[in-house]
Design a protein around this ligand. Structure first.
Ligand code: HEM
Length: 244
């Protein structure tokens, strides 16, 4: 039976997925291609706007990641960038640029060490959920909620752990701000309000099942998150997470 857009169905064998629990959830609900293949910028932008990102953030993020990837942009193809995720000439049959979800995890681009629920590339699987890290993260909720300051503090705990365990740790300011932006986006999209934090059953759905937490009571925010709000949350998280 054909699945409806919005209906949840976990990835099957052969479906491509990313290290991002939210992008994987969007694919599992059919808001972007369920097989994770040949996603256009318009599709990706509309999916992340649907969950609550404002047009400014969605456009900036998508145009960045749709650039062609180059480890060394000075000598790479024109318009290429390190944060870009596509291969040169990667287009669909109509000539429109496309991206596959596994490319979101490509090395030397956005994927980084010191993840909340993924292992460092040097030490193991940096793409899929690590059950032990996941359990440890769930343990940081207080009275069923993940508060912004606690999420920031937990990023610092993760830094200290990986600093101890990974002799080749790569985590500078660029990675710090990316990592803090991810959890700031999580907080913006799934948080209950300024002081109420993220309900832990939302986190279980998104990380544990890569599912949007409709059943738990979530619905996409009516007023989207634009740069000023996202930056404010990012700065709070960065303050508590700051490891340098
Ligand atoms: C164009 C859209 C997006 C791209 C390209 C993207 C990319 C990524 C990448 C590369 C990672 C892996 C980082 C790592 O741990 O090594 C990641 C993780 C993450 N992303 Fe996304 N993401 C997108 C949208 C979103 C949105 C909309 C949210 C939240 C609502 C989000 C929340 C997260 C979170 C919380 C993680 C951290 C997972 C962890 O540390 O275990 N992402 N994302």
């Amino acid at each position: 039976m054909e699945l409806q857009k919005g209906q949840y169905h976990p990835a099957g064998p052969g479906d491509l997925r990313s290290p991002c629990p939210v992008l994987n959830s969007l694919a599992n609900h059919g808001y972007i291609a369920r097989d994770g293949k040949s996603i256009t910028a318009a599709e990706l932008k509309s999916a992340i706007r649907y969950v609550g990102l404002g047009l400014d953030i969605a456009s900036a993020l998508v145009s960045r990641v749709f650039q062609v990837h180059s480890d060394d942009p000075k000598h790479g193809p024109p318009g290429s960038s390190k944060a870009g995720l596509r291969d040169p000439g990667q287009v669909n049959k109509d000539g429109i640029p496309v991206l596959n979800l596994d490319q979101v995890g490509r090395p030397h681009a956005l994927e980084h060490d010191v993840s909340i629920t993924r292992q460092d590339r040097e030490l193991g699987d940096c793409i899929h959920l690590d059950p032990e890290l996941y359990k440890q993260f769930l343990g940081t909720a207080k009275e069923g909620r993940f508060h912004t300051a606690d999420i920031g503090r937990y990023r610092k705990v993760r830094y200290d752990e990986q600093q101890r365990d990974n002799p080749h740790l790569q985590f500078g300011k660029f990675e710090h701000y990316i990592a803090c932006s991810e959890v700031a986006a999580l907080r913006s999209v799934f948080g209950k309000g300024v002081t109420k934090g993220i309900p832990d059953d939302y986190v279980r759905a998104v990380f544990g099942e890569e599912r949007l937490p409709y059943e738990e009571g979530w619905s996409p925010r009516r007023f989207k998150v634009y740069f000023p709000e996202a930056l404010a949350i990012l700065l709070v998280i960065s303050h508590y997470a700051w490891p340098f």
